[in-house]
Design a protein around this ligand. Structure first.
Ligand SMILES: [Zn+2]
Length: 139
């Protein structure tokens, strides 16, 4: 009778800790790539951002508010809390376009088009709404 033994499954991929370090590095790199609020928009003193994510059924899944100060990186994004498990919403360029036009406030909306986790033909369908209010320096 042939012996049966289970091969020890070696964990592949980065460990939790490595991932954290990696994410930290990415965040730093992103900050550099994005630039600070002042470096991109010298006339803007601060931007208050509110992002709310709702499921396709209209349930609010996530809501957060953030204030970007002059020395903060100009990053406006949030991960999708929906069933895709991988989506993210990126509002920085939309808001940047408004700030360039000296608009003090505005809204943007993005739908998550990531497929649902585990496959299937459906898209995630969560919707993120972003509201922002900018404070311009008096000139
Ligand atoms: Zn999603």
């Amino acid at each position: 009778m042939p012996g049966f033994y289970r091969k020890k499954r070696r964990k592949t991929g980065p460990s939790k800790n490595d991932e954290k370090v990696q994410r930290g590095r990415e965040a730093v790199a992103e900050t550099h790539a994005a630039g600070t609020l002042t470096s991109r928009f010298p006339g803007v003193r601060g931007v208050k951002v509110r992002i709310a994510v709702t499921s396709p059924q209209g349930v609010v899944l996530d809501e957060n508010e953030d204030v970007i100060g002059p020395n903060d990186a100009f990053i406006i994004q949030t991960d999708c809390p929906g069933r895709c498990g991988s989506g993210s919403y990126e509002f920085a360029e939309t808001v940047a376009a408004s700030l360039t036009k000296l608009e003090e406030h505005g809204t943007a909306q993005i739908a998550c088009v990531e497929p649902l986790y585990g496959g299937g033909p459906d898209k995630c369908g969560c919707i993120a709404k972003c509201e922002f209010e900018a404070e311009f320096s008096p000139s």
